[in-house]
Design a binder for this molecule. Structure first.
Ligand code: ZN
Length: 286
């Protein structure tokens, strides 16, 4: 694959940072450990917000009355607001266009249900003066019906896909999201998804060290869109995705077979099922 830098003044790979599962009841203390890094390195992340959380796993604290104002502040600082479903309840069992999980909130759900959820989610964010610019499907779950509705709702960006470049596909622009921890790459566009509710101290330290080395290579969604050639989804993108899917499935099986690894640096302060042990493998929950 040809060297692919999203901005002409950056050499090598370009990175985006995404934070998932943000909602008023999120783990505020864990989230606040990440904020100094954003400020220090002027990172403008994707904020994947759950508009009306119904997932008990994300009920970490009582609802924070300052949450929405905090999101507005980050938006004004340059963060891109992502619509992360509606309630984050994953009971649908259809096959997703990014098939990483069996149960999702959207893939396979009837069109009328999907439309209602997306419209309600957008309305909640708009009511909080947040302009959703990008779709972030819970557990990567969405199908062609979702794409149709997103276009109708004028949400033309998706943070998903396993390729190494942003592409136009199905009438939308897909900005890939392939990593769950920092990885050194020589080229391409890479989005690292963090789940602040479950990020361990070791994971945050790892991010801090990576940013110290590579912060100049971090971009933001508007910059990527402005500078990216945005080619059509091509066979080489499909091949890249299949290879990534194979690797992820393999690493997931390996993870299940590995009962205990004393060398593993991740602290056991959160439920094991919520932590990814592989930097390029999704968590069991997303
Ligand atoms: Zn999620």
């Amino acid at each position: 694959m040809a060297s692919y830098s999203q901005t002409p003044d950056r050499a090598g790979a370009t990175y985006l940072l995404r934070f998932d599962d943000l909602c008023p009841t999120m783990d505020k203390a864990r989230w606040e450990r990440l904020l100094p890094l954003l400020r220090q390195y002027s990172i403008r992340p994707i904020l994947a917000i759950v508009p009306d959380n119904q997932d008990p796993f994300l009920d970490r604290n009582s609802a924070d009355p300052t949450f929405w104002n905090h999101m507005r502040e980050l938006q004004s600082f340059g963060a891109t607001i992502g619509l992360h479903g509606l309630g984050h309840v994953c009971t649908a069992t259809g096959r997703s266009l990014v098939p990483l999980h069996r149960h999702t909130e959207f893939a396979g759900s009837p069109e009328i249900v999907q439309r209602s959820r997306i419209q309600r989610g957008l309305k909640i964010l708009q009511g909080q003066a947040l302009q959703a610019r990008i779709w972030v499907a819970p557990r990567h779950g969405f199908d062609k019906t979702t794409l149709k509705i997103l276009q109708e709702e004028k949400l033309f960006l998706i943070s998903d896909g396993l390729g190494a470049r942003a592409v136009r596909r199905g009438g939308l622009t897909w900005i890939p999201q392939q990593l769950w921890a920092p990885v050194d790459k020589d080229s391409g566009l890479w989005t690292i998804a963090y789940h602040p509710n479950t990020a361990s101290d070791a994971q945050i330290t790892q991010l801090e060290q990576f940013l110290a080395r590579r912060h100049t290579q971090f971009s933001c969604v508007p910059e990527v869109i402005e500078n990216c050639a945005l080619p059509r989804y091509a066979p080489k993108d499909w091949i890249q995705e299949q290879w990534m899917l194979f690797r992820k499935r393999f690493s997931r099986i390996r993870r299940k077979l590995t009962f205990y690894n004393p060398a593993e640096p991740i602290a056991t302060v959160v439920p094991a099922h919520a932590v990814t042990l592989d930097k390029d493998s999704p968590t069991d929950r997303e």
